[in-house]
Design a protein around this ligand. Structure first.
Ligand SMILES: [Zn+2]
Length: 400
């Protein structure tokens, strides 16, 4: 594995726009949202008419010509770089959906991009000509110099920034920067991990990575706040307050989960030269697990953190397409033991007599598959045969 010298990462800071700047930002958020939605509509119309439409054919009517009309004249009052980026965002969202529709994109089916809404998270993306660092402040075109809490130093000059207003009313600037990779000394341990049934993840070493208690508590609070919100009358002050409350709890859950994912992934990447995980997008099996949304959200975040840290520290991370239903095969002798209902947590291999924990056995199979994959990749691009997995209770699938 080659350790490339530079990795791209995001750095996020809290920012404190003045009341006037908040108004200016609200205007750009609104304009970017309208442009984004206009782009989607235009592409939808072209798609329905069976026409191909180029990027300039979208951008011109949606920005340049729209500014000349009385209904959209106010688009001229904000920085056009934010509007052009909104067009780009819409283009990418549309392309992802379209490629997914045509089967050109691996992974889970992507839904048609939804129009951006006034409530909820607002954001604009700016490239270098739309922002700059003015001393301790962040200059945003046509908004001004915004106060930033520089909680850590930026490692390099950022190539773009996303200015965000979260539903709880906080503002953030998220920079994309390049950072030097800092490879850790090599170690000879490797690990496979599987999404556990009773825990967040299980490793081939037999370690259970739990869904921490504080997270479960926070999630209960979130559900409660959402219940309160659903009971409040539309348009009332009580409802606005309840919505803010949901946003605050949401933020706390998100922050807690992210923090946990960072710590767990750092440990896994530091202790292992290679981390292999099951690619949930590959198998098309029906999902039968309970309470999946909670563990799934945590799982994909953990995977993203591992991926990011592996490239930062010069370690290997690979997602494994299923060779075999991982919980049916004995990781000790390779015998296929047949499907097992979800309730079967432990089983003994009929061929070799090894006693298995269901999840740990699956993680060991993932580790073996990952090693075979990387060996094969070395041998002149010979790809392993990806057998379609049979119906197996208790496995997961991606399409959500
Ligand atoms: Zn066996």
């Amino acid at each position: 594995m080659v350790c490339s010298g530079v990795v791209q990462v995001r750095y996020r800071y809290r920012i404190y726009p003045s009341p006037g700047q908040q108004q200016a930002l609200a205007k750009v958020f609104g304009c970017a949202r309208i442009v984004y939605n206009d782009c989607l509509r235009l592409r939808d119309e072209a798609h329905a008419a069976g026409e191909k439409i180029s990027d300039t054919e979208v951008q011109r009517p949606v920005i340049t010509l729209a500014k000349l009309t009385p209904e959209r004249a106010w688009l001229g009052e904000v920085a056009s770089v934010a509007l052009v980026q909104a067009c780009q965002d819409a283009r990418r969202a549309y392309k992802n959906w379209f490629d997914s529709l045509k089967g050109r994109r691996k992974g889970p089916k992507i839904r048609h991009p939804r129009p951006r809404r006034k409530h909820g998270r607002q954001s604009i993306r700016l490239t270098r000509n739309g922002f700059a660092r003015h001393g301790e402040r962040l200059y945003v075109a046509k908004v001004g110099d915004i106060k930033v809490e520089w909680s850590r130093d930026l490692p390099s000059v950022p190539s773009s920034v996303t200015v965000i207003r979260e539903p709880d009313g906080r503002y953030y600037a998220s920079f994309v920067v390049e950072r030097e990779a800092a490879p850790l000394p090599a170690c000879d341990h490797e690990v496979g991990i599987d999404l556990g049934l009773a825990s967040l993840a299980v490793t081939s070493d037999g370690e259970m990575i739990p869904n921490p208690r504080f997270l479960r508590k926070a999630e209960r609070r979130l559900r409660k706040a959402q219940r309160v919100l659903s009971r409040r009358k539309k348009g009332s002050a009580n409802r606005a307050r309840a919505r803010r409350r949901v946003a605050v709890v949401h933020r706390k859950v998100r922050d807690a989960r992210l923090d946990y994912a960072h710590k767990t992934s750092l440990r896994l990447v530091r202790d292992n030269q290679a981390v292999y995980a099951e690619d949930l997008c590959v198998s098309g099996l029906a999902r039968t697990r309970l309470a999946k949304s909670v563990s799934d959200a945590g799982w994909s975040q953990l995977m993203r953190c591992i991926e990011e840290k592996a490239s930062q520290y010069g370690r290997t991370f690979a997602r494994i397409g299923r060779f075999e239903p991982t919980s049916q095969v004995c990781s000790a002798c390779g015998a296929k033991d047949g499907p097992k209902p979800l309730a079967v947590r432990e089983w003994t291999c009929a061929a070799c007599g090894t006693a298995h924990d269901r999840d740990v056995n699956a993680a060991r199979n993932i580790l073996a598959a990952g090693r075979a994959d990387s060996l094969n990749a070395c041998e002149a691009g010979v790809r392993p045969h990806l057998a379609a997995a049979g119906a197996e209770a208790g496995t997961h699938r991606s399409a959500a």
